[in-house]
Write a protein that binds this ligand. Structure first.
Ligand code: OAD
Length: 235
């Protein structure tokens, strides 16, 4: 029998139990680092060093981080379902937990690219744990300044179309750990087929607008995934 298809949209809350700060919670990253300075194309143009340092620090933090139980439970769903993870996270914890199909809407921390054309595949390269930093003066393949492969505010989200194709063919749609404040990611749910069941795991109430039935699990990612896995296997 063909496996049912699950599409999972994840945000910063997915990695919170791994020790990575979320953005908008109390004590979140955007409280200490003005988002316009470190995560917008204008901020990068104005002060590239500050932005490179910000992501160098995030990358070092990631190297000391491991997937949490929630990531592992998401990966385990592949035993019984066809699973696509659409993540807003730039960490690689889903992949390290064993998820085999991950779409990164907002880029990847362990990759670098060209400042001239960030989406030129010929310029996208891997950073290694041995050489994780990007410095001013480092060059991409096209000779421009190397920059983080991150989608900043003010930039296009080229992977969104792939995510839409996945959402439109999902049998079950799951949302984990996102405040649903940032578009287009938060709008992905509007592409699911009518009637597709939606499950939301988040300790806080998040705005999820859908004509489909929405089931809320008000727990953290690990506990929430334990509960949801049981529900999905007995449906
Ligand atoms: P937010 O910081 O906006 O939201 C984090 C969500 O995770 C909130 O709804 C929390 O309640 C929830 N949360 C906290 N702890 C959790 C836990 N243990 N388990 C499950 N959920 C938990 O982060 P995002 O929605 O991911 O973009 O933010 C979206 C985008 O905004 C990010 O990708 C980033 C940011 O600006 C860029 O930098 C381009």
């Amino acid at each position: 029998m063909k496996k049912q298809k699950i599409v999972i949209l994840t945000g910063a809350g997915m990695s919170a139990e791994s020790g990575i700060k979320t953005f908008r919670d109390a004590g979140g990253l955007w409280e200490n680092y003005p988002v316009q300075q470190v995560a917008s194309i204008e901020g990068y143009e104005e002060n590239p060093r500050l932005v490179l340092d910000f992501y160098n620090a995030r990358r070092k933090e990631l190297l000391h981080t491991t997937p949490n139980h929630g990531h592992l439970m998401v990966a385990k769903l592949e035993e019984d379902f066809e699973v696509t993870v659409v993540t807003q996270n730039v960490d690689n914890l889903h992949e390290r937990a064993g998820s085999s199909h991950v779409i990164h809407l907002h880029g990847e921390l362990m990759k670098a690219t060209s400042s001239r054309d960030p989406n030129d595949p010929a310029c996208i390269c891997e950073l290694t744990p041995e050489h994780p930093d990007i410095h001013l003066g480092d060059k991409a393949a096209d000779g421009s300044q190397l920059r983080p492969y991150i989608v900043w505010f003010g930039e296009a989200v080229p992977k969104f179309e792939d995510a839409v194709r996945e959402a439109a063919t999902a049998d079950i749609f799951i949302i984990i750990g996102t405040s649903m404040q940032v578009y287009p990611a938060a709008g992905l749910i509007s592409y699911i087929r009518p009637g597709t069941p939606v499950y939301v795991i988040d300790p806080k109430a998040v705005p999820v607008r859908s004509a489909s039935p929405v089931h809320t699990i008000s727990k953290g990612a690990s506990e929430g995934m334990d509960e949801l896995s049981k529900i999905l296997l007995t449906r």
